[in-house]
Design a protein. Structure first.
Length: 199
């Protein structure tokens, strides 16, 4: 029973923050966020993403969640979702070309990934308040941990924890919203699970 609950907790935490980080990054690139950086109607986006993940799991397919690579399409003007339909159709055609596609080495994707990284950094990093170390350091750690751990979730989690700790050390703990403490504590438990023998 406990193992099942911990498994669901781990998957939920990973999927939610992975999707949230991706959605916010893409929304910012598409200029869909408001003046405070919030995305109107994000509940609907998360609902659709959740259904897609559940459907993918039920069909035993690969991940059906949103991917940060979509930022490249958004940077080129994609806004309505039609680009996703075209991409899906091209993938369907590619199913019949799998033997040819496997001849292309994975390193061939490097230029595309570099372009995606550039688009993400050029659009978002300049908005960070680098003069405030309690914001700048967590942002830097978040960006650093994502590629090093191969996980958006781990990057976001380390950013949450670092932000809360730095604000407490700086005597600005009251400026941190209560939900931020809760999320940081959840991530702390998530990272401690292997040491506690709960994985």
């Amino acid at each position: 029973m406990l193992t099942g609950i911990l498994f669901v907790f781990t998957v939920l935490l990973s999927c939610f923050f992975d999707a949230m980080g991706t959605i916010m990054g893409i929304s910012d690139e598409a200029k869909l966020t408001d003046g405070e950086g919030n995305m109107p109607g994000i509940n609907k986006v998360l609902f659709v993403d959740g259904i897609a993940v559940a459907a993918g799991g039920a069909s035993s397919s690969s991940a059906t969640t949103c991917f940060v690579e979509s930022t490249a399409g958004v940077g080129e003007g994609a806004r309505t979702g039609f680009a996703n339909v075209v991409t899906g159709a091209l993938f369907a055609v590619a199913l019949f070309l799998t033997p040819i596609a496997t001849m292309v080495p994975s390193q061939a994707a490097t230029p595309a990934l570099l372009a995606v990284g550039f688009l993400i950094l050029s659009g978002s990093v300049k908005e960070i308040d680098w003069a405030d170390y309690t914001i700048a350091i967590p942002a830097f750690i978040t960006m650093l941990m994502m590629p090093f751990t191969y996980s958006i979730t781990n990057g976001i989690g380390m950013g949450f924890i670092t932000f809360v700790v730095l604000r407490l050390v700086a005597g600005r703990g009251r400026e941190v919203p209560v939900p931020m403490y809760v999320v940081a504590a959840v991530f702390g438990f998530y990272y401690l699970m292997p040491a506690l023998g709960l994985t």
